[in-house]
Design a protein around this ligand. Structure first.
Ligand code: ADP
Length: 615
């Protein structure tokens, strides 16, 4: 069974190949992913986030302008109130109505500028994460296959959804908050110093306490938020894995184990989430207490100053208001710091994926394949997966155009790997694979893969109509072409019997039709793609006899005149092959036609007699 191959089909990209594969270029097996060496750092991540934001300079500039204005208005409000107290209450001045109008205008403008900055920032953040999401999704499609075999799909999905969402929500709030906090801080301190340096210094008494408290808290929460995000990704991965493998879980009665493992992961999230939130939730409480302390200092000592005539009563009011305004930004900074940390953690995980090396681009000299005959030659091919001992050892064979090669041998013998080398998910470490005499490394990957079609044991079907699913083999095929292909594939009769016929909807997982029918659809798709080279992974599971006969017949038609590689399980298929390659532990142990091999009394003849395995 072609296990590794299921992975690229998770996020398929329509192409010309029957089972289209993500196009691009895998690194040679010896390449190490570069990103691993990179140090994770918050400042680098922030710089990178900034490079996204800078694309919306105009909007961002408007946001900044609004933040400046709203900060100014929020400074002006208390100032006016304090002045009013001195002017109207203490000095009994005139023009109260004018003053009220001015106050109203200041507060109205404050609200307006706040509203505008938030709307514009939302636009910027939504566009930014939109771009990030597209980039990440496209990048995932260009990553080499080995990347996917090392990771859980759900965990990757979590990066595209949760992590990016996190970035979005904190961009919305944090950026504005951070900026306005800094501005307010500078503004209030300046005005306070101008009004009464002595009282300002007294107000500042609480600052060291605030800074220390915040530092203590954020040092702890930063790590916890990161852990929470990581645990969430892990849980998502696990859910995805167990849900998509439900049948296996049930078949092996593993529900209990699975639920237990889920509990453990869930528990990890609960613990990290609890501490992250409990500790960060302490910030506002701390700030509030210190705020009240500073208010008490201002009220008490300010009153003494006022009685001595050092300041006016209005100044006390301004200070009381400002001290709140001045501690609020600190408070906000602390709060937003946490949100920002979790966004940075999210962004870091997104950038990690983006930093993964894409499939290598084709050599500039790489050529397009067109109208090939389909002669495939493996010449002394050896290969090893990263960190493994040799997987394929010195494999050589030649398949003439239109011939069928059957690959047989026990599980783990390297049959799948040979096919992966053929379509260049990997490159051989030595030796060469040629098509029509041309080394596959000199052929553009997309072009190479578009010459091939795959009929796998568990064909990839996506949510859409039957017609669309077949048309996946050739996107510009007409309805007639689709139906003709379905007829040749013996699929037409079951399709027209379905409710909706060709327009019947298939589910994402292809449920609703039988395994055999799925195969027929995959064959129709491959017929439509009309490839020169065909790869067939014969089903091991038993399919009802009628459908089985239909499949065999359709396959005969499909294979006619095409170079075919079959990972074969049925003696009938194997016997009809022009050439049989028997693999064991990555090396060819026997090679030849059915008759020749039977005569040799080796592994093949034992296998035919049922004394040796072929999985
Ligand atoms: P077959 O298709 O004949 O069952 P495979 O080609 O799948 O065999 O596997 C050949 C050997 O390579 C096995 O020992 C298997 O464990 C190993 N192998 C397969 N895929 C990978 C991979 N992605 N990374 C490392 N080793 C792998």
């Amino acid at each position: 069974m072609l296990k590794l191959w299921k992975e690229p089909f998770l996020y398929p990209k329509p192409g010309t190949a029957a089972e289209a594969l993500p196009h691009g270029n895998p690194p040679a097996a010896s390449d190490k992913p570069k990103s691993k060496a990179k140090a994770k750092n918050a400042s680098g991540t922030l710089r990178r986030m900034w490079s996204y934001l800078i694309a919306y300079k105009g909007r961002l500039f408007s946001v900044i302008a609004m933040v400046v204005l709203s900060s100014a208005f929020s400074l002006l409000g208390p100032y006016l109130a304090g002045t009013a107290i001195d002017h109207y209450l203490i000095n009994r001045g005139s023009g109260f109505i004018r003053f009220l109008a001015a106050m109203a205008a200041v507060y109205a403008l404050h609200s307006l500028t706040m509203w505008l900055q938030s709307v514009w920032m939302i636009t910027v953040s939504q566009q930014t994460v939109y771009r990030m999401r597209v980039q990440l999704f496209e990048h995932l499609h260009r990553l080499p296959i080995p990347y996917f075999s090392k990771r859980q799909h759900g965990e990757l999905m979590s990066r595209v959804t949760n992590d990016i969402e996190n970035v979005s929500s904190s961009l919305n709030s944090s950026v504005i908050q951070l900026l306005s906090s800094v501005l307010l801080l500078i503004g209030t301190v300046t005005v306070m110093l101008t009004l009464s340096p002595a009282l300002t210094l007294l107000t500042f008494l609480v600052v060291p306490l605030m800074v220390l408290g915040m530092k203590w808290i954020t040092e702890r929460t930063g790590k916890l938020f990161k852990a929470q995000q990581r645990n969430l990704g892990d849980l998502n991965g696990y859910i995805e894995e167990t849900l998509s493998g439900q049948r296996i879980v049930k078949a092996f009665s593993q529900e209990r184990t699975v639920i237990e493992a889920f509990r453990e992961r869930n528990e990890r999230i609960r613990v990290s989430g609890f501490w992250a939130q409990a500790i960060s939730g302490f910030i506002p409480k701390l700030m509030n207490a210190l705020n009240n302390l500073s208010f008490a200092i201002i009220a008490g000592i300010g009153a003494v100053f006022a009685l001595n005539g050092a300041i006016t009563v209005g100044v006390i009011v301004i200070f009381a208001e400002y001290s709140r305004q001045f501690t609020r930004p600190l408070n906000d900074l602390a709060n937003q710091w946490n949100t920002l940390l979790s966004a940075v953690a999210g962004a870091e995980r997104v950038f990690d994926v983006l930093a993964e090396e894409e499939e290598r681009t084709d050599e500039s000299s790489a050529v397009e394949l067109s109208g090939i005959r389909g002669e495939v030659v493996f010449k002394h091919v050896s290969f090893a997966y990263e960190g493994r001992n040799s997987t394929i050892q010195d494999v050589s064979f030649r398949v003439k155009p239109g011939e069928t090669l059957a690959l047989v041998g026990p599980t783990g013998a390297g049959k799948t790997t040979l096919i992966q080398l053929l379509c260049r998910f990997y490159d051989p470490s030595s030796g060469s694979v040629t098509i029509d005499g041309m080394d596959t490394r000199e052929i553009k990957r997309e072009s190479l893969r578009s010459q091939m079609a795959f009929v796998l044991q568990d064909p990839f079907l996506f949510e859409g109509t039957i017609r669309e699913n077949i048309r996946y083999g050739k996107l510009d095929a007409s309805d007639e072409e689709v139906e003709r292909a379905a007829m040749l594939a013996n699929a037409h009769s079951f399709i027209v019997r379905m409710k909706g016929g060709y327009d019947a909807m298939l589910k994402m997982d292809g449920s609703g039709i039988s395994q055999g029918q799925k195969q027929l659809l995959a064959i129709a798709r491959a017929i439509l793609a009309n490839p020169s080279i065909l790869v067939l992974d014969e089903a091991t599971s038993s399919i009802d006899t009628v459908t089985e006969i239909k499949i065999q017949e359709a396959l005969q038609r499909l294979m006619e005149g095409r170079t075919s590689f079959v990972i074969a399980h049925r003696l009938n298929t194997i016997r009809q092959a022009d050439q049989i390659v028997v693999l064991q532990e990555g090396a060819i142990v026997e090679k030849g036609s059915h008759e020749t091999l039977l005569g040799k009394q080796g592994y093949y003849s034992k296998m035919v007699k049922g004394h040796a395995s072929n999985d």
